[in-house]
Design a protein around this ligand. Structure first.
Ligand code: GDP
Length: 487
């Protein structure tokens, strides 16, 4: 990919190359227009086509969103359970995609970003389920409207939709309510809504979502409710029907989440206070800022994970080696260069060890190394507000670093790398708590998140296939071998 970057030498580009709409209220959302001042890595410029598409999409969200006559009509039609139209009438003017919010914050952010891209590609209004603080952690992304699903949404039990829901697209294929292969697809009686089950627990029929024929059926269903805990975007690149539009939107394929994430997710003023105060106090003055994200799944503090982290960071020249025990630098001078290391983890132990290491021993390079960790929540919690607030602030702080080490498999790290425009060093997930993978980490192929549960099916040949080998820019991930990512 080319490495053209947004210019920032002569001042900050507060609109990120036109990605952000101008003129939104600044007091209610400081982060939107201030974020560029905090980024040394200004990031990649969006294509002019993406910029104009976003402005058109914002107009759609305003025209059809909550509070409009169009929305009330569509909600009424959904309440009545009727299809929007008889056979042959075609696509309704205002169509909707509801994105369910569940699991960790990283999952929720990747789900909303994926749903947004699908909404843009299919001209649907995106409405985000407010569950799990999704209505509080972020500013509104679209001017003069809301992306939050209204409380009086007619499908009252939508948050319970699951693999078993009869109205899921996959189950409607199974029960022959819908038939994607039918040449008379136009004449089918379409349901008032379909639930798109793209949870990690999904059936082969659910995965048909990624095929062109099925997209033609879904196109005319007015309401879709989607559940995913993953970054399904690489799957959308497998459907040929979206290809031409995606090429125009993203001439640099490895920047999809980078742009969508920076467009959609602005920390609210409280979170922005946490981000900026921490940044200014601990990170701003350093010559280089190194982010280390330590996600230990289900495990306790592990000396071998510590070894993995330090070996990875030193191998990648992100952190200096330390002098042998008992050795002092020949002529100590005030350090001219400093590194600030930002550690994020549920545990404090890794941070304490790394910090002690650089206090107790001198560095081979003479650099001063300061180590910082904003919080250590000990355990993952669900639905706890201050917990999510800290997680969001820490993801964002990681995205402000200059170089990044992440833990494989973690959507928390994916969000940070994408927002930051950083291709991370990704640590392999250890087989067990006493195992140090060799090599400990690898420089990732791109800053894009990995799609953990992709289909293994070629829609064109209608056969099982390795989807990491179908299109050139969709490859298997370094951290999750069967996952897919854009490179
Ligand atoms: P994933 O599970 O690593 O893919 O990331 P998620 O963000 O989806 O879920 C993990 C959740 O655990 C986060 O949303 C946080 O609530 C919590 N968590 C994990 N690591 C950290 C961390 O380093 N700092 C904080 N504050 N919370 C964390």
């Amino acid at each position: 990919a080319n490495t053209l970057r947004l210019g920032s030498a002569t001042g900050h580009d507060r609109l990120l190359g036109g990605l952000l709409p101008d003129g939104m209220d600044e007091r209610s959302c400081h982060s939107r227009y201030q974020s560029s001042m905090y980024r040394r890595n200004a990031g990649r410029p969006p294509s002019p086509y993406l910029v104009s598409k976003l402005r058109r999409h914002e107009a759609l969200q305003r025209r059809c969103g909550p509070g409009t006559v169009a929305y009330m009509d569509a909600a009424e039609q959904l309440r009545s359970g009727k299809s929007h139209a008889g056979p042959g009438i075609g696509s309704p003017d205002c169509k909707y995609l509801v994105s369910i919010s569940y699991r960790g914050l990283g999952n929720r952010i990747l789900a909303a970003a994926s749903a947004f891209l699908y909404a843009v590609l299919t001209d649907r209004v995106l409405l985000v389920d407010p569950s799990n603080e999704m209505d509080e952690l972020f500013c509104e992304p679209f001017p003069d409207t809301t992306w939050i699903l209204p409380a009086d949404f007619p499908l009252t039990s939508y948050t319970n939709f699951s693999i078993d829901t009869a109205e899921s697209y996959g189950n409607m294929l199974k029960s022959k309510v819908l038939d994607a292969a039918s040449t008379t697809a136009q004449a089918q009686q379409l349901p008032a809504f379909a639930y798109v089950n793209l949870d990690h627990h999904l059936t082969d029929e659910d995965k048909m979502f990624f095929c062109d024929e099925d997209q033609r059926v879904l196109r005319d269903i007015r309401w879709l409710v989607m559940r995913t805990d993953s970054y399904i975007v690489p799957g959308l690149f497998l459907a040929t029907g979206f290809q031409a539009e995606l090429d125009l939107l993203f001439p640099e394929l490895d920047t999809v989440f980078h742009h969508l994430g920076r467009y959609l997710f602005h920390p609210n003023n409280h979170v922005w206070g946490l981000v900026t105060r921490y940044h200014d106090a601990y990170l701003a003055a350093a010559s280089q800022r190194v982010g280390i994200q330590v996600r230990v799944f289900g495990g306790q503090e592990s000396p071998s994970v510590l070894e993995q982290i330090t070996t990875c960071a030193q191998k990648g020249n992100l952190l200096p080696e330390v002098l042998a025990a008992g050795t002092e630098p020949s002529a100590p001078t005030p350090a001219r260069k400093s590194k600030a290391v930002l550690v994020t983890s549920l545990k404090a132990w890794y941070y304490e060890r790394i910090k002690s290491m650089y206090w107790e021993r001198g560095t081979a390079t003479g650099e001063a190394v300061g180590v910082h960790q904003p919080s250590h929540e000990e355990h993952q919690q669900f639905g706890a507000k201050s917990h999510d607030t800290k997680a969001w602030a820490e993801m964002y702080l990681l995205s402000l670093t200059d170089v990044l080490v992440t833990s494989g498999w973690s959507t928390f790290g994916y969000v940070a790398q994408g927002l930051g425009g950083l291709t991370p060093w990704v640590m392999y997930r250890p087989a067990n708590t006493s195992h140090v993978p060799d090599p400990p980490c690898v420089r990732d192929m791109s800053m894009e998140p990995c799609f953990h549960t992709p289909p293994f099916y070629d829609c064109r040949t209608k056969q099982g296939a390795d989807t990491g080998k179908i299109v050139p820019h969709v490859r298997h991930c370094e951290d999750v071998s069967w996952g897919l990512k854009l490179v």
